[in-house]
Design a protein around this ligand. Structure first.
Ligand SMILES: Nc1ncnc2c1ncn2[C@@H]1O[C@H](COP(=O)(O)OP(=O)(O)OP(=O)(O)O)[C@@H](O)[C@H]1O
Length: 800
């Protein structure tokens, strides 16, 4: 928000610190305070700044973020440098991209050099970082550095408050502000091709100022960030410290980073006559010098010289800009891959990525790529999964960074991967939009998916905790893989949902993805297992893969649907994630085996020799019961082949929703009631012919099919079976009434017995005391003496 267009009267808001007047890159280092002309220009600039500066307030969230940063006790203040260098590198990427289609944007001479320069002014305690990137217009400065909060700002503020860890700042897109860890006043001088040079400045006191720059040297193009360091941040004025930080954090920046560094050099200077006569007192001359002098004396009469040490300044290149992905994978060390991951993902925690794949694709479409599985899923991976266009791969074309918003490179379900692709096949001089439609992208995408799935498969293969085939036992025994122990479970816990979403979305790779599925089963003993392992353990007579869906393993373990299967030694998969219901609508078969939900119709578990006999014997009961349930949307009543100890269950038809899916759909706010009714599976009541209750019912029906108490019991049995089978009752009141009737009969109470009527106490005249008590009890509810609600609301608003 703009405060004042001309803010002379509030000039204290932005004070006037000393300024570095020298043009960075100039020779001879920094000039001194004693320079009169500079002092003049400083005082000039103070005036200009004060009278012309437009002042703005930071957007509230940004201001909060800055408060937190400036007051932070976070010890790793070093992070600011990598954030500023990363911003500089982004700005350079942007101008280089524009230059692909219009060379002129680069300008001429030094301006065309795509580089980053760091300079120190020890006397004034200023650290400057300059790039020749795209720069910012006045409007950019106002928007980018203060008035428009990035989407990640409040997420980061929250994270900071809970964890106190500033290290992740770059991941939330607010890295610039980390500079306030070390500086209490910052100037951002910027020149964009479309605008004049402007200065943004702020002391982080909720406000910032922007003014046209008429006093600094012109930058040509780009941005210079001047950090006026806090007293306690003096270490960042040490060249050695900066060199170390650039090496550590910015090793993989693809532009040269140089430091204006001091160097001791020996130079020859002419020796004054009287000086040479007084050689005894010359302390700086060395033996060598003496010899040299002697030689000269021997030869032609030359001007006498001596060597002296002098401190000179020059740009020292700090990084090696050879891109890691251009090197052969054999040459790159594990440590380098890890560091590259950190810089790519802006995730500077100590954690190593779980896996990586560096490869060179040849053929019609040539490209190099590095893919990483991050150590952790980002906080918002599945938030608005279908609506966000998050792509984490960076696309380069012949070493030029093009975009990191290319969602054509990987399908959504793999968007958790980080990495980059550098293609020689894609054209350089076309717009992003045209590139997005380039036919090679399809091939690149296909190969990337294959490589990504291979990389994930290997994670499992290398994990000694995974149950391996016999031939792989050797790897297990070698003991070399301790580090890899449990890595696939870790992967699964972080990204398992993505594999499931992949099965739903990517028909072409469904089988490959199904191989990566993990789940618990009735036999997995609390561990995760795979479909391959399941198939290996299948009983000879078993044709289908059995699974059951529900909200938790603990609940499913007790499910009546499993009774007979477990008794007979079959293994059943537990699917407990809501996404599993969707998953199983797409995953129809695996390795020629069909999937069978054991709570649905069609379960085949061996043959019971008495099947036919039982069917016949219970025919009367099943027919009677079906008729009795006519109003309940029950399709049939059948003899069950899945029950052992439970009298009856309700199963659903094969293609309708399971009870679990019905529950999931009912809990969705926006689900459509009509669709719910349509998709609800047809229900079948299955009865256990070996159960005493069922046997008793059968006998009772045989003697009197009109017996009301039997009808009542049968209805209660059905409703109980619904609950046990995972359905939600539509009329719980009716169910409760039946239970109470049954309790009455259990307690030998007459079915007609009703609750006693309450005897109304005679109305007493109200005393004032009674009124008070009543008013307290009701706490403003129905109490006529309480303030009306509207009035209360108004008062609250006033307080706010
Ligand atoms: N050196 C620079 N040159 C040009 N623009 C810059 C420069 N530094 C920052 N900006 C602009 O200011 C914005 C805010 O920077 P900030 O560091 O807070 O976030 P970011 O760069 O988008 O994300 P991250 O912190 O992850 O790098 C940037 O998006 C960019 O537009």
């Amino acid at each position: 928000r703009k405060l004042h267009a001309n803010a002379e009267e509030s000039s204290d808001d932005v004070t006037d610190p000393p300024k570095v007047e020298e043009k960075i890159g100039g020779h001879g280092g920094l000039s001194t305070d004693s320079d009169v002309v500079h002092r003049e220009s400083e005082s000039m600039s103070k005036k200009t700044l004060r009278s012309n500066a437009e002042k703005f307030e930071f957007q509230a969230e940004v201001s909060r973020l800055m408060d937190i940063i400036i007051n932070s006790l976070y010890s790793n203040k070093d992070i600011f440098l990598r954030e500023l260098i990363s911003n500089a590198s982004d700005a350079l990427d942007k101008i280089r991209f524009l230059a692909l289609t219009d060379k002129d944007v680069l300008g001429e001479g030094d301006t065309a050099k795509l580089e980053i320069q760091i300079k120190l002014d020890k006397a004034k305690k200023i650290l400057s970082i300059r790039d020749r990137g795209i720069g910012m217009t006045k409007e950019d400065l106002i928007k980018n550095l203060g008035t428009i909060a990035k989407s990640g700002t409040s997420a980061f503020v929250e994270k900071m408050q809970s964890s106190g860890d500033l290290n992740l700042i770059g991941q939330f897109g607010v890295g610039f502000y980390s500079a306030y860890l070390v500086a209490d006043y910052i100037e951002v001088i910027s020149k964009h091709n479309d605008d004049s040079q402007y200065v943004w400045e702020s002391k982080a006191n909720g406000k910032f100022a922007v003014s046209e720059d008429t006093w600094n040297e012109p930058l040509g193009r780009g941005t210079e960030i001047r950090l006026h360091l806090r007293d306690e941040a003096g270490e960042y004025l040490e060249e050695s410290k900066l060199k170390e930080l650039v090496k550590r954090y910015s090793e993989f920046i693809n532009f040269p980073i140089s430091l204006w560094a001091s160097k001791e050099v020996e130079t020859e200077v002419p020796v004054e006559e009287d000086e040479s006569a007084d050689e005894e007192t010359e302390t700086t001359s060395t033996e060598e010098e003496k010899e040299e002098d002697a030689e000269e004396e021997d030869g032609e009469k030359k001007q006498k010289t001596k060597k002296v040490k002098e401190t000179v300044y020059e740009w020292e290149l700090l990084n090696d800009v050879k891109a890691i992905w251009l090197r052969s994978p054999k040459e790159v060390t594990e440590e380098e891959y890890t560091k590259f991951y950190h810089s790519l993902s802006k995730d500077f925690t100590d954690e190593k990525p779980m896996a990586w794949s560096h490869f060179n694709a040849e053929g019609d479409v040539e490209f190099k790529a590095v893919l990483y599985v991050p150590p952790k899923a980002p906080h918002d991976l599945y938030e608005s999964y279908y609506n966000s266009n998050k792509a984490n791969l960076k696309l380069y074309v012949r070493r030029v960074f093009i975009s990191d918003e290319f969602d054509e490179l990987l399908p959504k379900y793999l968007s958790f991967l980080k990495g980059l692709v550098d293609s020689d096949t894609l054209p350089l001089n076309v717009s992003r939009e045209m590139l997005q439609q380039h036919s090679s992208l399809k091939t690149i995408k296909k190969k990337l998916i294959r490589k990504a799935l291979d990389m994930i498969r290997k994670l499992a293969e290398e994990d000694p905790d995974e149950i391996h085939d016999d031939e792989k036992k050797d790897v297990e025994k070698s003991g070399e893989n301790d580090e890899k122990k449990g890595q696939y479970t870790k992967f699964w816990n972080e990204f398992g949902k993505s594999v499931k979403l992949g099965i739903i979305e990517d028909a072409a790779n469904r089988n490959r993805l199904a191989k990566l599925l993990r789940f618990e089963t009735t036999k997995s003993d609390g561990k995760l297992t795979s479909l391959d392992q399941y198939i290996k353990r299948m009983k000879k007579s078993q044709k289908d893969i059995f699974y059951i869906t529900g909200s938790s393993k603990e609940q499913l373990e007790k499910s009546p649907f499993l009774e007979r299967l477990i008794k007979k030694g079959y293994e059943v998969i537990f699917f407990t994630d809501p996404v599993d219901e969707y998953l199983m609508q797409y995953l129809m078969d695996y390795e020629d085996k069909k999937f069978q939900n054991v709570s649905k119709e069609g379960l085949k578990v061996g043959k019971d020799s008495k099947d036919k006999e039982l069917k016949e014997a219970f025919k009367e009961l099943t027919k009677w019961w079906k008729g009795n349930l006519a109003s309940e949307n029950v399709d049939d009543v059948k003899i069950s082949n899945r029950l052992a100890d439970t009298p009856c269950v309700v199963v659903t038809s094969k293609f309708g929703w399971s009870a679990n899916m019905e529950r999931i759909m009912q809990s969705q706010t926006l689900s459509d009631a009509n669709k719910q009714a349509y998709m609800r599976g047809k229900r079948v009541l299955e009865i256990n012919p070996r159960h005493p209750i069922i046997k008793e019912l059968k006998d009772r029906i045989a003697s009197d099919p009109e017996d009301e108490s039997v009808k009542e019991t049968a209805q209660l049995m059905y409703q109980t079976a619904l609950i046990e089978s995972g359905f939600i009752l539509t009329d719980p009141k009716d169910f409760a009434a039946r239970i109470y009737n049954s309790v009455k009969s259990g307690l030998n109470i007459s079915p007609d017995a009703v609750a006693d009527e309450e005897i109304e106490a005679a109305e007493e005249p109200e005393t004032s005391e009674a009124t008070e008590t009543k008013s307290d009890d009701l706490a403003g509810g129905l109490n006529i003496e309480a303030e009306p609600v509207e009035q209360q609301e108004e008062n609250t608003k006033d307080e706010l």
